[in-house]
Every structure is written in C-alpha cells, then in structure tokens.
Design a protein around this ligand. Structure first.
Ligand code: SF4
Length: 258
C-alpha cells in the first residue's frame, strides 16, 4: 500500500497566505487561478539576474567568469515577459547589465573567504505533519566552517539586519539548513543587488525554536483550513490583484467592504 505523501509548505506559500488567504487558494489550491496570472516585469527582471549569478557562482559552469561573459549571459537569458513597452524593457536590460557588471567586478576583486557549496538548490525538512521546503539561491561555507545562506533581491533599495530578522523565508531557510548541517553556525545573508548592499544575521537556537513554533502553527492553520467553503474577504491589495475577476464572481465578496 502506498503511503500518502505529506503536504509541503514553503516560505512563498506562507507569505502568500499572510498577504491574503484567498490569493493562496487561487495560487495553490484552485486550478482556475492559473488562468488569471499575468507576467510581472519585476519577476522577469529578478529571474534574469538570478540566472546569471547562478552561473557565475556555479563551479561546474565555466561560461560566466568575467564581467563581459556575465553581460552576454544576461542578454542570452533575458526574460522579456511583463514589460509595458519595448522602451521600458530596454531600460531594465541596461540597468540589469550595470548590476551584473558591478557584482562580478567586485566579487572578482574581493578576497576569497568562502566556498560555494550549492547554487539554486531545493532543501526540505520533515516537521511531522508536513514538510518544509525552500529553494535557496546559494549556500556558502565560510572560512571556519560556518554556513551562509545567500539570497539575492533585485527590487530592494537596501537591506539591514532587521529586514533579515523579519524575513520569513530567511528564517525558514535557517531552520531547514540547521538539520542539514548539524553543529554548524548558520548565517542568512541578503544581497540587495540594486543598492549593492548586504546584511547577515544568525539566529540563536532559542530564536530559531521560537520561529519554528510560530511557523508550525501557521502551517497547520493553512493546511487545516476549510478551503471548500472559503469566502474571499477584500484587502487593500485587491485593486492590483490578478485574481480580482475571480473574487468578484463570489456573491459574498464586496470590494468596498475593505
Ligand atoms: S482580489 Fe483581493 S481577496 Fe481576492 S485574492 Fe486578490 S487580494 Fe485576495
């Protein structure tokens, strides 16, 4: 007899649910939602940059080792979807080239203090009634053996330690990696590419345990929710939401009730 697979929860799922439970339903439960999703230029921009940095840090990929190769790789992997005009897209491409050029130039000039272990890798941690999963941009091993989870952000104008402490995904990654690297200190680092700034934090065991309890309560709330009888409730983000036409079809949904 086949054992049923445990449900999975990811930082993206939890973040979507916290923003709007109905959005979670259209994204992950009710398949009608996918017909309403529109491409977003900021996702395309982020995906394009990520793909170049992934290749730059991947020791098995020798195609992106210089600034010129990084710029060529960006042109090659550029995602065009979601831009309002050709002009807007070309402006974003120009900005993207400047970002990868600067990033690669500075990385090549900096002293080597860490070894990259993984790029773009999915990790999982079984937490009993569900499995916590997360795709990590990069994992480095610092000199001395500490583990560093590195996440690139392409839209932020800066980053500080508080941002990291309040970032659900970075906390979840630390929790997942704690099991994969027992006894090692785990750091979480965000690199704000546009601002060329970075910040790192490492949660204490107590902080991570508290996060685990809070996160498990949230995950169980999501998984146990009665989605069959869910009634959409208007939010401040409705006017810009792709799913508004779907929510509008529900007789109990009123946009002006928010
Ligand atoms: S339209 Fe509003 S209620 Fe419906 S999914 Fe979007 S944000 Fe949520």
């Amino acid at each position: 007899m086949r054992v049923p697979r445990k449900p999975t929860i990811s930082p993206s799922k939890m973040t979507t649910y916290l923003a709007c439970p109905t959005k979670y339903m259209w994204t992950y439960i009710d398949s009608r939602g996918k017909w309403y999703l529109r491409s977003k230029s900021y996702y395309s921009f982020g995906t394009s940059l990520h793909s170049v940095l992934q290749r730059f840090h991947d020791s098995g990929d020798k195609g992106v080792t210089t600034t010129a190769e990084a710029v060529a790789a960006l042109e090659e992997s550029w995602v065009q979807a979601g831009y309002e005009s050709q002009e807007q897209m070309m402006q974003a491409l120009g900005e993207g080239k400047e970002i990868v050029e600067k990033y690669v130039e500075e990385s090549l000039a900096a002293p080597v203090t860490a070894k990259t272990l993984f790029v773009e890798k999915m990790f999982r941690r079984d937490l009993g009634s569900f499995v916590l999963i997360g795709r990590v941009d990069r994992i480095d091993e610092r000199e001395g053996g500490d583990i560093d989870i590195v996440d690139y952000k392409s839209g932020r104008s800066g980053v500080n330690e508080d941002d990291l402490r309040n970032d659900l995904a970075m906390s979840a990654y630390q929790l997942i990696l704690q099991e994969h690297f027992p006894g090692r200190k785990i750091w979480a680092t965000i690199i704000a590419l546009r601002a060329d700034s970075r910040a790192s934090v490492s949660f204490s065991t107590e902080e991570l345990e508290q996060f685990k309890q809070d996160m498990m309560a949230l995950a169980i709330e999501i998984l146990d929710r009665d989605w069959e009888n869910h009634v959409p409730v208007a939010k401040s983000l409705c006017s810009k939401c792709d799913f508004l036409p779907l929510c509008n079809k529900h007789p109990e949904f009123h946009l002006d009730s928010e």
